[in-house]
Design a protein around this ligand. Structure first.
Ligand code: URA
Length: 226
């Protein structure tokens, strides 16, 4: 049964956090320091989905706290946003692959139900997928990030209508100046996409499926930062 009230959904998100923290669905559970559930504002219309925790994220239990995270914060700042207040940040994998290798298909499959549930509970209007792994998983398409970055797609994700906005991964932007320029340009369109999604929800209120969102008050889920 889907949760029917904001309080129920909030409780479910906290229960999910505890599940992820103790998860051993794949071998990464045995080698991580901390699971990285995600962090931010569970009421936010904007969600970012990255690939997997790196070394610093594994140490702190929080997403995007290394160099790529600093760039993400800088890009958010350019559009007048702040990660805790305006977005929820999660990853495809909740545990760090050793040596930051690519996620294996079995690891993605084992972790996918957590991301699906996060999306259902947070109900973002816009999901920015960062890099190839998040983009391919969320769009369900094999099209690589170089071909689809900066092109918003209206899709149903985890049963919800959302605008999926594929972006280059900030770590790739740190390596290649042309990628950074593209990421900056694409990032600057996020406010317009949020505005358009909000208008659509006002015109068709049934699009905001579970209704009222999380209760007012402290919705910055620092708990989910570790
Ligand atoms: N890269 C990611 O994809 N996610 C993180 O949390 C950190 C770096």
């Amino acid at each position: 049964m889907p949760p029917t009230t904001a309080e129920e959904r909030r409780r479910e998100l906290i229960a999910l956090y505890h599940e992820v923290r103790d998860c051993h669905r794949c071998p990464l559970g045995a080698v991580r320091t901390n699971a990285v559930f995600g962090m931010g504002n569970a009421d936010a219309d904007l969600m970012f989905v990255g690939e997997a925790p790196g070394a610093e994220e594994d140490r702190q239990g929080k997403p995007f706290v290394g160099r790529a995270g600093k760039l993400l914060d800088e890009l958010l700042g350019r559009i007048g946003m702040e990660r805790r207040r305006d977005a929820f940040i999660a990853n495809v994998l909740k545990s760090r692959p050793p040596g930051n290798r690519n996620p294996e298909p079995e690891e993605i499959e084992a972790c996918e139900p957590y991301l699906t549930r996060q999306i259902q509970l947070i109900e973002p209007a816009v999901i920015c997928t960062l890099g190839n792994f998040a983009t391919k998983l969320i769009t369900g398409s094999p099209t690589g990030i170089s071909r689809c970055c900066g092109k918003p797609q209206d899709r149903v994700v985890a049963g919800l209508p959302v605008t999926v906005y594929p972006l280059f991964h900030p770590a790739a932007a740190l390596r290649t100046p042309a990628v950074l320029a593209q990421l900056r340009e694409d990032f600057d369109r996020i406010p317009d996409l949020l505005h358009a999604a909000a208008e659509r929800r006002t015109e068709q209120p049934d699009l905001a499926l579970a209704g009222s969102g999380f209760p007012a008050g402290p919705s910055q889920l620092d708990l989910f930062g570790g």
